[in-house]
Design a protein around this ligand. Structure first.
Ligand SMILES: Cc1cc2nc3c(=O)[nH]c(=O)nc-3n(C[C@H](O)[C@H](O)[C@H](O)COP(=O)(O)OP(=O)(O)OC[C@H]3O[C@@H](n4cnc5c(N)ncnc54)[C@H](O)[C@@H]3O)c2cc1C
Length: 313
């Protein structure tokens, strides 16, 4: 077998592993390179994934790797890709190199946490961002939502479907009077003082401490996260991105750079306003990317016309 892989996949989260499965099952030679932890690594469990609801993120990865090991043409390496150039030539953290005919980026997002102080160890455990990932786990509990923007008001109202008690903490920011009235009419309390810090033990939140006024005892808090690309490989290749940093892809996971595909949280289509950040959605986009990559390669293998007739790009 040639030492040029059909496809190199950078990132072994649900998107990258799903693409590797699709490609392995059609006997494409695949090199999957993974740096280690995925975005949800701090969380206790993956929720909202049919048949895998409640599985620890590390276990889900383990199961994915086990399934891939059945496919002889898929090679998985625990290595970070540190550089890439056209062709596609990859530099690896171990000092080696690799080459592939096509490249799939599935490098995911990382979350910066602008605050408040103390949130770090609680992230994914009692400080959350997504009601579909962790809202249900707040059933019957005392919950706070930080922020004053309309989306935060919306989230606070949504959580009243689950939590025993919801407070919106504006952290010193002004709140629209009409929105305040809607919150209060629906049982959501409002605290307007600036937030000083979160206090608790280990990953467990006990209370929110304000710059002034009494602390607020809480079991969970929804904070504002700032997602960013975990890797700069797409930028280095010159892939077009949106203002939020996401890589622009079409229906077939193609980026603006020929031969470079992207899947998972890091990429989205122009018609989708935010990445569909969920494990099952990332896996689905990886499956689509895998099939598109195989079709693209078939064109080269047999001198066939492009498979994406009618698609943009
Ligand atoms: C705290 C938290 C909890 C969450 N809980 C849920 C949940 O319950 N249910 C749900 O559906 N979704 C959940 N999500 C969202 C979920 O984590 C993502 O949607 C999903 O992980 C995206 O998969 P991905 O494959 O795109 O990226 P990731 O899972 O982030 O995987 C990307 C992989 O690429 C690797 N990588 C990056 N750069 C390189 C490089 N240069 N070389 C080699 N490898 C590289 C990384 O190490 C990583 O393994 C949660 C997110 C967070 C932040």
């Amino acid at each position: 077998m040639s030492n040029i892989f059909d496809v190199a996949i950078v990132g072994g989260g649900p998107a990258g592993m799903a693409a590797a499965l699709t490609l392995g099952r059609i006997r494409r030679s695949v090199l999957l390179l993974d740096a280690g932890h995925g975005r949800n690594a701090p969380a206790e469990a993956v929720h909202n994934f049919l048949t895998r609801d409640g599985t620890p993120p590390s276990r889900l990865r383990e199961l994915g790797r086990q399934e891939l090991s059945a496919y002889a043409t898929v090679e998985v390496r625990e290595e970070t890709v540190t550089g890439v150039r056209a062709g596609f030539h990859l530099q690896l953290s171990g000092g080696g190199t690799a080459q592939a005919r096509r490249l799939l980026l599935a490098t995911g997002l990382a979350d910066d946490l602008p605050g408040p102080r103390g949130v770090g160890p609680m992230w994914g455990r009692s400080a959350f961002h997504c009601p579909y990932c962790h809202g249900y786990e707040c059933t019957g509990r005392t919950v706070a939502v930080l922020g004053a923007e309309p989306a935060r008001v919306r989230l606070a109202l949504q959580l009243t479907r689950l939590a025993a008690d919801v407070t919106l903490c504006t952290d010193g920011r002004p709140l629209d009077p009409a929105q305040r009235a809607t919150l209060e009419a629906n049982g959501v309390a409002v605290r307007c003082e600036a937030v000083a810090r979160l206090e608790g033990s280990g990953d467990r939140l006990d209370q929110i401490v304000f710059e002034s006024g009494p602390p607020l005892a809480r079991e969970a808090v929804f904070v504002v996260n700032a997602p960013r690309q975990r890797s700069d490989l797409a930028a280095r290749l010159g892939c077009a991105t949106f203002a939020d940093g996401c890589v622009e892809v079409d229906e077939f996971a193609r980026t603006s750079v020929r031969g470079v595909y992207a899947a998972g949280d890091m990429a989205r289509r122009a018609t989708v306003p935010v990445p569909l950040a969920a494990v099952v959605a990332a896996a689905a986009s990886g499956t689509v990317a895998g099939a598109a990559l195989d079709q693209d390669l078939l064109g080269d293998d047999f001198g066939l016309p492009g498979p994406f007739a009618g698609a943009k790009g």
